[in-house]
Design a protein around this ligand. Structure first.
Ligand code: GLP
Length: 269
């Protein structure tokens, strides 16, 4: 695992955007061989999306031959609800880049048969030869996508019940009213993320410090699904200083040290 430590959220976002653009450009995607990108929602990736929009408008990266698969979607709220992940993605990213609408994939949280919907999603990902780069954030309890503590580390796309912690955390988007937060969601599994060729997580802010500590220094555990990334051959976490608050000083210095010698020109700020 690589842990990239940047001083603040802006630098984290720019680093992540530069990395994504570099990987897309390097793949030189075509309609026959598109670049397959896994996309998260939440506040963590917002800065990266803004930076990618800018890079797109400046002609430094194109999404024309990029196919996306979103991580998760709430169940039981209409697709055009202002807090659906569908609305989030179109408002904050897709409407502002040159992606083709037919290349966007988002789970249907209102599918009549959620089991079929999840199966269809997994098969579609497989049909593209898998996800090239899965982007993600992390919940304060260490969950990736909606793989709450206790989720199988080999899980695939399915319906999950949200924990009270997550419902409280996400109530900030629902008038601070926990009763308005959906109680279930469709989500890719930890195994789905692990099957991607590479994974990049954005972890920022003091409230993520415990999750980062468990993800980087803890043992692999279903109670902190972020920790599964320790088993991935190409996993990167880009974190700000605030999120590193619970790491050992030695761990912090170690990653700073090896990354100083591991400079990828494409991501230099
Ligand atoms: C939700 C999403 C996750 C996201 C997490 C953290 O639970 N399902 O994909 O990583 O929130 O969100 P934020 O980035 O807003 O802290």
């Amino acid at each position: 695992m690589r842990l990239i430590i940047e001083k603040d959220y802006d630098n984290v976002s720019q680093w992540a955007a530069n990395y994504v653009a570099a990987r897309i450009n390097e793949a030189n995607p075509t309609p026959e061989h598109p670049f397959v990108l896994g996309c998260p929602t939440g506040s963590s990736p917002l800065g990266m999306y803004r930076a990618l929009i800018k890079l797109n408008k400046e002609g430094k990266v194109s999404f024309r031959n990029v196919v996306t698969f979103n991580m998760d979607e709430y169940c039981g709220i209409p697709r055009d609800h202002e807090q659906s992940y569908y609305t989030f993605m179109w408002t904050n990213f897709f409407n502002q880049i040159d992606i083709l609408p037919e290349n966007v994939n988002i789970l249907n949280g209102n599918a009549e048969n959620p089991v079929e919907e999840c199966k269809r999603y997994e098969e579609k990902i497989k049909g593209y030869g898998g996800i090239d780069l899965f982007l993600g954030g992390v919940g304060p309890d260490g969950h990736i996508a909606f793989n709450e503590p206790g989720s199988s580390l080999t899980s695939r796309t399915r319906m999950k019940t949200l924990t009270t912690d997550t419902i409280i955390a996400n109530s900030r988007f629902f008038e601070n009213n926990v009763d308005l937060v959906p109680k279930t969601a469709l989500t890719v599994g930890v195994g789905t993320v692990m099957s991607a060729k590479s994974v990049l997580l954005i972890v920022n802010g003091h409230n993520k410090a415990r999750a980062l500590k468990h993800g980087v220094e803890g043992g692999i555990s279903q109670m902190w699904t972020i920790s599964a990334l320790q088993m991935h051959q190409h996993a990167i976490i880009v974190a700000d200083d605030a999120a590193c608050g619970e790491l050992k000083v030695d761990t912090y210095r170690y990653f700073k040290d090896i990354e100083a010698a591991n400079l990828d020109p494409a991501t230099q700020l």
